[in-house]
Design a binder for this molecule. Structure first.
Ligand SMILES: [Zn+2]
Length: 134
């Protein structure tokens, strides 16, 4: 069993600089949450650890619900099945966000969660991918 990354709880506060990526990300996401495709409250969300300058490879557009989950490191497994698809996104920020949400949910007794998490290949200690981008 994996544990929730200890770092996860400390590094969720967003910073204003991320607004610089707004235009680029809006174009990339077409105004939809890049995790679940919803449209409500979509805003950039930076993944820790933050680089000096906001990086689109470490930032995704996320809806109100997905941002809340990322901040709380908690998901609702009933609603979260879209993560099984997001884990295969071509965008590394989306893959990583999905993987971290799945990590955070580990311990919940849901076979699809465990399968998705296993295919994610994320190091639970660091919250980063074990292998570089495919
Ligand atoms: Zn979403």
């Amino acid at each position: 069993m994996f544990a929730t990354p200890a770092m996860a709880r400390k590094h969720t506060k967003q910073r204003p600089q991320v607004g610089r990526l707004g235009k680029h990300l809006t174009r990339r996401s077409r105004g939809r949450c890049e995790l679940c495709d919803r449209r409500d409250g979509v805003r950039p969300y930076e993944l820790w650890p933050f680089p000096e300058d906001p990086d689109p490879e470490r930032t995704l557009m996320a809806c109100t619900r997905c941002r809340r989950w990322l901040e709380a490191q908690e998901i609702d497994p009933i609603e979260a099945h879209f993560l099984a698809a997001a884990i295969w996104s071509e965008l590394s920020a989306v893959r990583l966000a999905a993987a971290r949400l799945l990590l955070a949910s580990d311990g919940l007794d849901d076979p699809w969660l465990r399968d998705a998490l296993e295919s994610a290949d994320v190091d639970p200690g660091t919250g980063e991918f074990r292998s570089p981008d495919p």
